[in-house]
Ligand binder design. Structure first.
Ligand SMILES: [Cu+2]
Length: 111
């Protein structure tokens, strides 16, 4: 429970600090999202229809990466890597269904 409370405090602090750091992550293909310490990094990415998104869970806890409209959903998974393909254009806000207090992210998919 101590770990959970810590994560909760972290999440709250992150929310309060605003999220204007929209600079693309350096390196990589820009389509990998790592979940670490109950946060997505990077939270916001861009992709094209047909792209494969890789999601790495670096936490011991299970997480999901689930679109609000359920366009994609990894389902709960532990310390491993999941992939899914984005099949339609749009702006998809996603979150973790296991931890609703985790910061949300956005995958912007262009045609
Ligand atoms: Cu989670």
């Amino acid at each position: 429970m101590v770990v959970l409370a810590g994560a909760l405090a972290l999440g709250t602090a992150a929310c309060g600090s605003g999220g204007d750091d929209a600079a693309p992550a350096a390196g990589g293909d820009g389509r990998t999202i790592t979940i670490k310490d109950f946060d997505y990094a990077p939270r916001d990415i861009e992709a094209k229809v047909g792209d494969t998104i890789t999601v790495v869970n670096a936490d011991a806890a299970s997480h999901t990466l689930t679109a609000e409209d359920k366009a994609f959903d990894t389902g709960p998974f532990g310390k491993e890597t999941k992939t899914f393909t984005v099949s339609k254009a749009g702006k998809f806000t996603y979150s973790c269904t296991v931890h609703p207090y985790m910061p949300k992210g956005v995958i912007q998919v262009s045609a």
